[in-house]
Design a protein around this ligand. Structure first.
Ligand code: NAD
Ligand code: FES
Length: 292
């Protein structure tokens, strides 16, 4: 049996400045992928592992779609790849799938890059017979993406931008409050986006006693429950986002601890990024992880 160790980028789309979408050929991962799961990829042998939530999958084509923001050295390296290029390792699907059942009316909230992972979950919830109100938000018009895909995935979609450059002006929480009060019987809320957004959503839904799931993208290394890097406190207990999540009851998550842990490696990441920027992009043979 041939062991596939490289994964081809079939399609690349630049969704917004520094925001990319890759459709990656990975038939074995695609076969088992479910909404809410993630993959861990490594660009090359010495590369850092990065977890990316599955934004879409096509079982016929055997492809997984991921959306990522170029924020550090590795995601910048990834963003420099194009159609036809290969990714060395692509492991998945990892994590528990979203719990899909018929709840009734559901609000699915995606903030910024979080719109991508919300997409397959909203679609699966709608396919399960729920009435799904999608709420998506971005800082400004040029950062908003997949409005069309979300409109198709949800029963209804509401859009907002922080600066009012497109649709309504404000935060996703403003729309969520309106939806909760207008519908009166929302049974479940799912929210994915930056930590401050998920914390704010949970603060709001707590007031309405509305069950809320959030998807936590904590720092990950192995993705299999061995290293402990992704630990989070949920309901006073330590849980591993990679094997116990990534979705958790948002009202039980210790967001303060998550925020503290999310910046632990910032100085190292900054140094790696500065080195990468100063070296430029050429291939390295000395295992330094650089490109020279
Ligand atoms: P952003 O800062 O542009 O925010 C996106 C939207 O979230 C805003 O437009 C607003 O509507 C809402 N929002 C932000 N802060 C809020 C607050 N305090 N109260 C209410 N609403 C608020 O988002 P971004 O730049 O796309 O986010 C990047 C971050 O998201 C990264 O840190 C990334 O790691 C994280 N992320 C998380 C996941 C996940 O699975 N949890 C997925 C993708 C990205
Ligand atoms: Fe290592 Fe979760 S990433 S335990």
């Amino acid at each position: 049996m041939e062991v596939v160790t490289t994964y081809r980028i079939l399609r690349k789309e630049v969704l917004a400045p520094t925001l990319n979408m890759f459709e990656i050929e990975a038939p074995l991962v695609t076969k088992k992928a479910k909404a809410g799961q993630f993959v861990i990829l490594r660009i090359h042998e010495e590369g850092e592992r990065i977890p990316l939530t599955i934004a879409d999958f096509d079982r016929e084509k055997g492809t997984i779609t991921c959306v990522f923001q170029e924020v550090g050295k590795t995601t910048k390296e990834l963003g420099a790849l194009g159609e036809g290029d290969f990714i060395k390792d692509f492991v998945g699907p990892l994590g528990l799938p979203s719990h899909i059942e018929k709840y009734g009316r559901i609000a699915c909230v995606g903030g910024g890059v979080g719109v991508a992972p919300v997409h397959p979950i909203a679609r699966a919830l709608k396919e399960a017979g729920n009435e799904v109100t999608g709420i998506i938000g971005a800082r400004t018009k040029e950062l908003l993406f997949w409005e069309d895909k979300m409109r198709a995935a949800c029963s209804e979609l509401r859009v907002i931008t922080d600066d009012g450059s497109y649709a309504r002006k404000g935060f996703v929480t403003d729309l969520l409050k309106e939806v909760i009060e207008e519908k009166g019987d929302i049974a479940l809320c799912l929210a994915i986006g930056p930590l401050p957004m998920m914390r704010a959503v949970c603060g709001l839904t707590k007031q309405y006693n509305l069950k809320t799931f959030v998807s936590l993208n904590s720092i990950m290394v192995d993705g299999t429950g061995m290293c402990g890097c992704c630990r989070v406190s949920v309901g006073g207990e330590t849980r591993f986002a990679c094997v116990d999540g990534p979705e958790f009851d948002g009202h039980q998550v210790d967001f303060d601890e998550m925020a503290r842990r999310s910046v632990i490696y910032k100085p190292k990441e900054q140094t790696a990024l500065e080195r990468y920027n100063s070296q430029g992009a050429h291939k390295c043979s000395c295992n330094c992880g650089g490109d020279s």
